[in-house]
Ligand binder design. Sequence first.
Ligand SMILES: Nc1ncnc2c1ncn2[C@@H]1O[C@H](COP(=O)(O)OP(=O)(O)O)[C@@H](O)[C@H]1O
Ligand SMILES: [Mg+2]
Length: 261
Amino acid sequence: MTSSGISIKGVEVVYGVGGSQPVTALKDIDLDIADGEFVSLVGPSGCGKSTLLKVVSDLMGPTRGSVTIGDTSPSQMRKDGRLGLVFQQANLMPWLTISKNIDLLRSLVSGRGGTVSPNGATVDELIDLVGLSGFGDKFAHQLSGGMQQRAALARALALDPAVLLMDEPFAALDEITRDRMAFELMRIWQRYRKTVLFVTHSLGEAVLLSDRVVLMSARPGRIHKVFDIDLPRPRTPETRLDERYHRLVMELNRELYAVMT
Ligand SMILES: Nc1ncnc2c1ncn2[C@@H]1O[C@H](COP(=O)(O)OP(=O)(O)O)[C@@H](O)[C@H]1O
Ligand SMILES: [Mg+2]
């Protein structure tokens, strides 16, 4: 199996180059994410988290610098269906059933037609994996927001991607659903060990899920500090009772205020 670590080197992104008011959204971003590592990005609104995720997922190119995933480019990874993307909104096709939505990408990615995943999972198994058993024949409007996000996660996993890129995937959910989804995601990650880059504005969620948390500062977006999260795994609801968990959240909170003032 090839390595799927992410290497971000000297990335700078300027929006509106050549215009009257260019915005430097990211500057001097250097970050190496190991194969199978779970890394979260946190930071004030507008610090460039989504921009960085877009660069890693090949939705836009950097103005300067480079990103490599394993030994190839984000664009090749995307063409090969090896990047799984999940956003705040599930964006399911309303005219297709949940099963069809989950299966859709498989038929679109060339050269991988008929492949089933992860590790040979069928659509029904993917549906079970994300806790949507019995809902495969339903349509998006018949599902709650949390269930739609589960379907979006199954869709992202359908190609057995090496890398999962998630931009505030639980932000639109209520707190209880969000918490459950976080544990579900961890369970899936423990089982399949994807490399994950996860954007959240919840410091607690970042600490609970991650191996490392990257705190960014704004104007222009830079990496302010990287926190190692040395809490034991598997993490459980009890992890939140761990004194180290609280210390990490408090430290992050303090640093976040520092970069915001
Ligand atoms: N398409 C765009 N055109 C111009 N400026 C943009 C565009 N997208 C984002 N920006 C600016 O880049 C900065 C970073 O935005 P973004 O990556 O969305 O931050 P975050 O996700 O951390 O809130 C912000 O100042 C934002 O206004
Ligand atoms: Mg964003």
